[in-house]
Design a protein around this ligand. Structure first.
Ligand code: NAD
Length: 470
């Protein structure tokens, strides 16, 4: 049974829900189904723990964050397997990429905190001193596609800043947050500084973000949920950071290294396409479209789909039957509107369950839903363009602005095009290179605000300027 973690104690709820593995439909555990009562208890615990935690020195906080990172590294294999069972993402990625990154999230923000300072400056002999003051209890709401990585990307800076935290993990991937609670306790984090409430979004997440004692809300998830959370935040004027969906383009020009371009395109099937940053719209220059498509098909067809616990597997299942139905609905409607599936186009009947074939659709209209909406599955579209101007226009023509990737051999073109793209991150001849000191976030409906490095501390703190007379 997975329970809440409130004030340093396991707390149950009268009702539970069942956590089912997307790998094979196996029942993993029952989970406490929290509501307004548990949300309120957790905020109370966070509020009570806040003054003492906010008074600790930067060095004390940094030491505890490093101890949490040590704990994550010690239990890395357990975390990796648990998360794979919960959300179906590849075990090899959890072992070698995701969980080491979880530990790094804590180490990075611990070290960043220690060197965080603004140079004092003078105004007519008066000294200005800028400080990042802790803000109070933070409500952190996260999705299931990279549960612990996305949660700790918020938890680490929030704790480093001297805040206390209530985390609401996604109901489809509740278990690693519960292990993290144990790790924080073993690392010496005082009771109530980190709390976890489990349950459905509207039932426990809704009351949490509406709580008047919450001083910051950081949310990663979908646009419709963000709209509800922003409305709740408006009532209390709670500052919020929103990291939302995307429909990012991959622009491939005639001067690109075509092998690299193909690798970049196939990489978009990672995590069965359940990656917010995924460049799901391939835009390729007309002259090289046939050659690109042939090489893409050869490479993508060689991907091995199967059990994500197998090290040889490239693509696992999607997370939930609702997600699979949503993906298949998008593809079926696109095919009915005249799209052509170059590869894939439906569930993997050989495997059954929640496995969807990696799919590439062509003959899609720019204003169709398959081009405009986030599908969040292993589904890419391919469109062609003739001029650079047309490529930029197509790239920017969605409601999103999270990321964009370019494949080009020309530095001048890369500079010119990246300046014109509406995106929080632009990758040139690469993908998914993420440094925690860089600003991260999206434009338009991909989000509000940026986190990372100083931007995280700007968000999680109340900035203060103290002016002292000579
Ligand atoms: P979702 O919005 O359905 O749920 C996200 C979280 O919000 C869950 O924990 C859910 O329980 C909670 N929630 C739901 N309703 C709520 C409410 N009324 N009040 C408070 N909390 C509530 O999103 P999802 O389907 O879990 O995640 C997929 C989405 O997340 C995609 O759109 C994806 O692009 C996005 N995402 C964005 C980033 C990014 O960094 N920009 C990263 C990963 C995922």
């Amino acid at each position: 049974m997975i329970e809440h973690w409130i004030g340093g104690e396991r707390v149950g709820s009268a009702e539970t829900f069942t956590d089912i593995s997307p790998i094979d439909g196996r029942v993993l555990t029952e989970v406490a189904r929290g509501g307004a009562t548990e949300a309120s208890q957790a905020v109370e615990a966070a509020k009570k723990a806040f003054p003492a935690w906010a008074r600790t020195s930067k060095v004390e906080r940094a030491e505890i964050l490093h101890a949490i990172a040590d704990g994550v590294e010690k239990r890395l294999e357990e975390l990796a397997i648990t998360e794979t069972e919960d959300n179906g993402a590849l075990l090899r990625s959890h072992r070698r990429g995701v969980m080491p990154r979880v530990a790094h999230n804590f180490r990075f923000f611990a070290d960043w905190l220690v060197q965080l300072e603004h140079k004092d400056f003078d105004t007519r002999g008066h000294t200005n001193h800028v400080s990042w003051d802790p803000a109070g209890p933070c409500a952190l709401i996260t999705p299931w596609n990279a549960p612990l990585m996305l949660a700790t990307w918020k938890i680490a800076p929030a704790l480093a800043a001297g805040n206390t935290v209530v985390l609401k993990p996604a109901e489809w991937s509740p278990r690693t947050a519960s292990i993290l609670a144990d790790i924080t306790a073993e690392a010496g984090l005082p009771d109530g500084v980190f709390n976890v409430v489990q349950g459905y979004g509207a039932e426990v997440g809704g009351p949490l973000v509406a709580h008047p004692d919450v001083r910051r809300i950081s949310f990663t998830g979908s646009v419709p949920t963000a709209q509800r959370i922003a409305a709740a935040a408006a009532a209390n004027l709670t500052p919020l950071s929103l990291e939302l969906g995307g429909k990012s383009p991959l622009l491939i020009f005639t001067d690109a290294d075509l092998d690299l371009a193909v690798d970049l395109a196939v990489e978009q099937y990672d995590n069965a396409g359940q990656v917010c940053l995924a460049a799901t719209r391939i835009l390729v220059q007309q002259e090289i479209a046939d050659e690109f498509t042939a090489r893409f098909v050869a490479k993508a067809s060689a991907l091995r789909q199967g059990d994500p616990r197998d090290e040889a597997t490239d693509i696992g299942p999607n997370v939930h039957e609702h997600q699979l139905a949503k993906i298949d609905g998008y593809v079926k409607r696109a095919l009915a509107q005249g799209a052509r599936a170059v590869i894939g186009g439906g569930p993997n009947e050989d495997l059954g369950g929640l496995y969807y074939r990696p799919t590439l659709l062509t003959d899609v209209a720019q204003d169709s839903e398959i081009v405009q909406d986030e599908v969040f599955g292993p589904v890419l579209t391919l469109q062609t363009f003739t001029t650079e101007g047309e490529a930029v226009a197509l790239a920017n023509d969605t409601k999103y602005g999270l990321a964009a990737t370019l494949a080009t051999g020309s530095k001048e073109r890369a500079d010119r095009v990246s300046k014109q793209l509406v995106a929080g991150t632009v990758w040139v001849n690469c993908f998914f290179v993420r440094d925690l000191q860089a600003p991260f976030g999206g434009s338009r409906q991909s989000g509000i605000g940026r986190e990372g490095g100083n931007w995280s501390f700007d968000f999680y703190c109340d900035l203060k300027n103290t002016v002292t007379a000579p």
